[in-house]
Design a protein around this ligand. Structure first.
Ligand code: PLP
Length: 481
């Protein structure tokens, strides 16, 4: 070990507080320290290489090899204007990025409000939805655009013509971030509990996990069940108090739950019926992960709001956005109306320059087309893992997949909490890392391994993912016998 390694290790143990990390586990063990990346690979401080099958955090969409080019764009922006704000002012890069995002987003999602990441985007979307109804003065969506009745005090208060809409609906096990608003929208009880009481008031409905539904249930019946439950939940909350339905096109936590046919059309119809804003959380799915610039396009979701972050800059910058339709913007265009919300770093020029360069690279390299062209090869390669008795399900779409691990494939019985602890934290997390692959063993829902490589991955990486996972999971079968 070099001196630098020893110093970094000690300083990491003494001073760095890692996120969602059991720090006690590193009192004896080494902190994993990643020092460089190229393509789909990372290298640690000891020179060991890893295939990053998680693309950082579902986010380094162009892979790790564009640092020079993106760094040059950042440098040029730094020389010109290292910082200015979006509070009352614009600057070229925020304007250009907003226009670029509007051109890529489907339908009339034409207005971008920039922030620093996914949690802030979700937080901002909920706040925007709360203020939207107040700004609109209680008018129905259909005529909100023609004659907006805007409140002039900028305060969030009861609508002129009805109760204040402030409640939100999300789905069980869904992850939407960690700030108090975004956390309240989360459907993961273990993440919520330490911080209760949370922001009023969110209810959670079923997600689109079909693996544990009754085997005789058809897809049509499943969709009907989900939509009925959503509608009943809205009714029981008081539809006139609900401002937001917030869901991912493909839900990550719990393991890449794709929607059944007709689901999104039904959700859209219900939101229209009760005049509720539909927000698509595309923090993961936007910018190519599911083979389209936006998952909303793939599933024809027609959301009123989209939250995005990670892939917007391929995580080369800390930037996120809420993208709103013209209709949502309309009441805020009245002379004295404003969205009473802002963040110092929202629309930071250097972050915008990086995001713009990322999108330019994605277009030039045909990244979204590459995902579409290779998604079936990826799915077919991953399906080889179904030969292992511990792999119950391989699900997902695009370059966004999960393997569900089961105790019994016939009955689809899951592992107990104690078994999950032994399997995931006691064995898999370390075994995968030791074997040279980074992917996530996760039990926020049923135990899954999440696989979400950079969007530049090809057959060689798919094969390596399956080879390493095959070896490690064979060890898991022996362990859990
Ligand atoms: C769907 C979704 N929403 C929101 C977030 C929060 O994003 P961030 O970690 O950038 O705050 C995440 C993060 O993984 C996410 O996956």
């Amino acid at each position: 070990m070099s001196t630098t390694t020893i110093d970094l290790q000690q300083a990491a143990k003494d001073h760095l507080w890692m996120h969602f990390t059991r720090m006690g586990g590193y009192q004896k063990a080494d902190v994993p320290i990643i020092v460089r990346g190229d393509g789909c690979y990372l290298e640690d401080v000891n020179g060991k290489r890893y295939l990053d099958a998680l693309a950082g955090l579902f986010s380094v969409n162009i892979g790790y090899s564009f640092g020079e080019e993106i760094g040059q764009a950042a440098l040029e922006q730094m020389r010109e204007l290292p910082f200015y704000t979006n509070w009352s002012y614009a600057h070229p890069k925020a304007i250009e990025l907003a226009a670029e995002v509007a051109s890529l987003a489907p339908g009339d999602l034409n207005r971008a409000f920039f922030c620093s990441g996914g949690s802030e985007a979700v937080e901002s979307a909920w706040k925007l939805a709360r203020q939207y109804y107040a700004a609109r003065g209680g008018k129905a969506i259909a005529d909100a655009g023609t004659e907006p009745q805007t409140r002039h005090d900028g305060q969030v208060a009861a609508n002129a013509s009805g109760p204040h809409r402030y409640k939100a609906i999300a789905r069980n096990i869904a992850y939407h971030g960690t700030t108090m608003g975004a956390l309240s929208i989360n459907g993961i009880p273990a993440l919520r509990e330490p911080f209760e009481p949370l922001v009023p008031e969110v209810r959670h409905v079923s997600n689109t996990n079909r693996y544990h539904r009754p085997p005789e249930e058809t897809e049509v019946e499943f969709t009907r069940f989900l939509l009925q439950e959503l509608e009943q939940t809205i009714v029981s909350m008081g539809p006139e108090t609900v401002c937001l339905v917030h869901m991912e096109p493909v839900q990550n936590a719990g393991g890449a739950f794709t929607p059944p046919a007709g689901y999104w059309q039904g959700v859209r119809e219900i939101c229209d019926r009760y005049d509720i804003l539909l927000s698509a959380d595309e923090v993961i799915t936007a910018f190519g992960r599911v083979g389209y610039w936006f998952g909303s396009e793939r599933y024809d979701i027609r959301p009123d709001l989209v939250t995005c972050a990670k892939g917007l800059s391929s995580s080369y910058a800390s930037i996120g956005a809420v993208v709103a339709t013209d209709r949502v913007m309309e009441p805020f265009l009245a002379q004295t109306s404003m969205f009473s919300h802002g963040i110092t770093f929202g629309g930071h020029p250097t972050m915008c320059a990086i995001a713009l360069k990322n999108i330019e690279i994605m277009k030039r390299e045909g990244i979204v087309e590459h995902v579409r062209a290779n998604e079936s090869a990826f799915a077919d390669t991953l399906a080889q893992l179904l030969d292992l008795p511990i792999v119950g399900d391989v699900r997902g779409t695009g370059f966004f997949y999960a393997l569900e691990l089961v105790k019994d494939r016939e009955t689809r019985e899951s592992f107990s909490e104690e078994e999950c602890e032994r399997l995931l934290r006691g064995y898999l997390s370390n075994a995968l890392f030791d074997a040279g692959i980074i992917c996530r063993a996760d039990d926020r829902g049923d135990p899954v391994i999440q696989i979400s490589p950079p969007l530049v991955a090809g057959q060689a990486e798919f094969d390596e993912i399956v080879r390493i996972l095959g070896e490690v999971l064979t060890g898991a079968v022996a362990l859990m016998r």
